[in-house]
Design a protein around this ligand. Structure first.
Ligand SMILES: Cc1ncc(COP(=O)(O)O)c(C=O)c1O
Length: 381
C-alpha cells in the first residue's frame, strides 16, 4: 500500500503546510544577480530561441470547478523537452565571459539539468562531465549522452552526488554548474535562476498583467527549489503582496521544502522514498531557493505518484476541444497539485483559505515533456 494512503488512514497526516509569507525580497548575492542580469536578451540571441506556448484548457477548468486554467508548455523549450536549458545556457555563457578558456563543465543531476548543461557546453564548443545518482534511469542517461557529455552513474543519492561533483570539479579544475546553492556556492545557481526568469517575462506578453495579475494562483513544482525560487522572486518584485498565491508541489517521497516549512529551517526530506518524479527527487532545498520561497509561498503541499500519473493522462486525453499536451512525471506535477487540491477532501481548508472556486484563474507549468519515453508509454496506456 502506498505510504500516502497509510498515512491518511492514521488521520494524522496532513499533506500540506499553510504558510504566512511576508512577501519580502531578501537582500543577498542571489537577489542582486536576479535584479542585475538580463537573461532574456541572451536567450533572444540564440538561434533555437522560441517563446514557449501558453495553452488554455477551458474544458478541464470547468470540470475542476475553476474559472480558467493555463498551462505554459516548457516541453517546447530549445528542443530539450524541458525548461532547464534556460538556466544552464545563461550560466555557461556568463562563466565564459570571465573564464573563456574553461574547457570542462561539470554537474550532478537527476536528468534534465544535466542534459541542459551538456547541451550548453556543446553549444560553446566545451566538454561536459555529468554525475547521476543511483536511481537515474538509462533513458535519462542516454538523453544526456546524446548531447555529447560523459555521464558517470554513482551509487549515491542526489545530495551525495552533488558533493562528489563539487569534489571532482575542484580536483580537476572543471567548472561546477550546479542548480542548487549552499553556503559559499551561490553565484552560479543564481545565474541559473536568472536564466529561468525568461519564462516569466514571456508570460507578461501572454497574460498582459499590467496593473493586476491575470491569474490568482500559480502551482510550482519543486525539486531543490531553484526554479520555484526564481518564480517567487519574479512575483515578489513585480507584485509584492498583491500577486497570485504561489503553491509549491513536491512528491510525497521527497518533500524537502514541505519538511523545511514544518521545521522553520532548511532540512533534508524526512523519510525519503522512491518517486517517479525524477526531476523533483532531490535532497535539501537550495539555500537561495529557500530564502525566497519561505517569504513567497502560501501553501506547500505534496502528492503521491498516482496523482501525477492521473495528471499526465488528463493532459494526454483532453476533455472536449482542449488540446493534447505531452507531459512527463515532473512536468505534470503542478497540475497534479491542482487535481489533488480540487478533488481530495483533505485540501478543503486550503481551497477555503485561498478562496479557490469558479472565479479562479490558475496557472501551471508543464516543465517537461516525455523525457522518459518508456515510463510515459506505461502511464498513458
Ligand atoms: C521537469 C522538472 N520540473 C521541475 C524541476 C524542479 O526544479 P528545481 O530543482 O529547481 O526545483 C526539475 C528539476 O530538475 C525538473 O527536471
Amino acid at each position: 500500500m502506498n505510504s500516502h494512503f497509510l498515512l491518511l488512514m492514521t488521520k494524522s497526516y496532513i499533506p500540506y503546510f499553510l504558510n504566512q509569507p511576508d512577501f519580502r525580497i531578501p537582500q543577498n548575492i542571489t537577489t542582486d544577480i536576479l535584479k542585475e542580469k538580463d537573461a532574456l536578451a541572451f536567450h533572444l540571441s540564440l538561434a533555437e530561441y522560441q517563446h514557449t506556448p501558453l495553452i488554455s484548457l477551458p474544458a478541464l477548468a470547468k470540470h475542476l470547478g475553476i474559472g480558467k486554467l493555463f498551462v505554459k508548455d516548457e516541453s517546447k523549450r530549445f528542443g530539450l523537452n524541458a525548461f532547464k536549458g534556460l538556466g544552464a545556457s545563461f550560466a555557461v555563457f556568463q562563466i565564459l565571459q570571465d573564464k573563456p578558456d574553461m574547457k570542462v563543465f561539470c554537474t550532478a543531476t537527476d536528468g534534465n539539468h544535466g542534459r541542459a548543461v551538456a547541451w550548453a557546453a556543446q553549444k560553446f564548443g566545451k566538454e561536459a562531465v555529468v554525475f547521476v545518482p543511483s536511481d537515474t534511469t538509462s533513458n535519462r542517461i542516454q538523453a544526456i549522452e546524446k548531447e555529447g557529455a560523459k555521464v558517470i552513474q554513482l551509487n549515491k543519492n542526489y545530495d551525495d552526488t552533488c558533493a562528489y561533483a563539487e569534489e571532482m570539479s575542484i580536483k580537476n579544475n572543471w567548472e561546477l554548474v550546479q542548480d542548487t546553492a549552499w553556503e559559499g556556492y551561490e553565484t552560479i545557481p543564481a545565474l541559473i535562476m536568472a536564466g529561468y526568469l525568461t519564462q516569466f517575462k514571456e508570460l507578461e506578453t501572454d497574460l498582459h498583467p499590467r496593473e493586476f495579475p491575470e491569474v490568482d494562483v500559480v502551482f510550482l513544482q519543486v525539486g531543490v527549489g531553484s526554479w520555484a525560487g526564481a518564480a517567487a522572486y519574479y512575483y515578489l518584485q513585480r507584485y509584492s503582496s498583491k500577486g497570485p498565491a504561489l503553491i509549491s508541489v513536491e512528491p510525497e517521497g521527497s518533500s524537502g521544502l514541505l519538511d523545511s516549512f514544518r521545521s522553520s529551517q532548511r532540512v533534508v526530506p524526512n523519510n525519503p522514498s522512491y518517486t517517479i518524479m525524477a526531476g523533483l527527487n532531490c535532497g535539501i532545498p537550495s539555500l537561495s531557493g529557500w530564502e525566497l520561497l519561505k517569504n513567497a509561498i502560501s501553501v506547500s503541499l505534496n502528492i503521491p505518484d498516482i496523482q501525477v500519473e492521473e495528471a499526465i493522462r488528463c493532459l494526454y486525453y483532453p476533455l472536449e476541444d482542449d488540446p493534447r499536451i505531452i507531459s512527463g512525471e515532473s512536468g505534470a506535477a503542478g497540475l497534479a497539485g491542482l487535481l489533488a487540491m480540487m478533488q481530495d477532501p483533505v485540501f478543503q481548508p486550503v481551497r477555503q483559505q485561498l478562496d479557490i472556486g469558479p472565479h479562479s484563474r490558475i496557472l501551471v507549468f508543464n516543465t517537461e515533456g516525455d523525457t522518459d519515453k518508456e515510463s510515459f508509454q506505461k502511464i498513458i496506456s
